[in-house]
Design a protein around this ligand. Structure first.
Ligand code: ADP
Length: 226
């Protein structure tokens, strides 16, 4: 299966993406995470990306599209993938459509996680990640670790992403409204989008997402047999 997970920053894309990809046995690919790996490794690409990320801006398309193209060319994506955080503007969506068309492949579903902005700000401000595995995500109020500052899963130290501070969050939301929201319209026109409410416990959101995906599959097979 080839799935896109879209929605504003703080909607819980990272949390849901890890769970959905595990559940569906497909690769989870997050452009934000690919950039953070470059930053940790101190690569030139990472330094360039970090300048934009710290300011709450998008990393330039030529860099982002190059990173995704390389990632999707690896054999571990043959069984499918779940893209989290890409595409983030219409130019990236068109580039992805081209990459898939060249590979004679197509998307199966686009899940749009929907959440009010006030909730986004609360979620991002309280978000804490584990230094040892950034897939271990906590929230100071909503899903606090048992011991403050320590990951329940592996004992790693919890920290706040530098772009999760309140000043950067409003810029990220502005970029989302102007650049990323139109991506949903791009795929809506292709009949691929299912909207899923991101409110409630992570497990409830996961269940809604899985239902949406299986419903899409039923619809798609119904359409092809007609
Ligand atoms: P969130 O979904 O919470 O914003 P991400 O980890 O997806 O977090 O992204 C963090 C930052 O990485 C973004 O604010 C942006 O600067 C950069 N980034 C991630 N994906 C892309 C992309 N597809 N295009 C441009 N920049 C990106």
């Amino acid at each position: 299966m080839r799935i896109l997970l879209i929605g504003p920053p703080g909607a819980g894309k990272g949390t849901q993406a890890v769970r959905l990809a595990t559940h569906l046995s497909i690769q989870h690919i997050s452009t934000g995470e690919l950039f953070r790996e470059h930053i940790d490794q101190g690569t030139e690409l990472g330094q360039n990306a970090h300048t934009h990320m710290r300011a709450g801006l998008l990393v330039p398309d030529e860099v982002t599209i190059g990173v995704i193209k390389e990632r999707l060319a690896r054999p571990d994506t043959e069984r499918g993938f779940l893209l989290d955080g890409f595409p983030r503007n219409v130019a990236q969506a068109q580039a992805l459509d081209g990459i898939l068309a060249d590979a004679e492949s197509r998307l199966d579903a686009v899940l749009d996680l929907e959440i009010p902005e006030a909730e986004v700000v609360r979620r991002i401000a309280g978000r804490r990640l584990c230094r040892q595995d950034r897939g271990h995500i906590f929230h100071v109020d909503y899903s606090p670790p048992e011991v403050t500052g320590v990951c329940d899963v592996c004992g790693g130290e919890l920290y706040q992403r530098d772009d999760d501070r309140e000043t950067t969050v409003s810029k990220r939301l502005e970029v989302y409204r102007s650049e990323t929201a139109p991506v949903a319209d791009h795929y809506r026109a292709q009949g691929l989008v299912t909207t899923v409410s991101a409110l409630g416990q992570a497990q409830e959101v996961l269940e809604r997402a899985l239902i949406a995906i299986s419903q899409d599959q039923v619809d798609a097979s119904g359409a092809s047999s007609r």
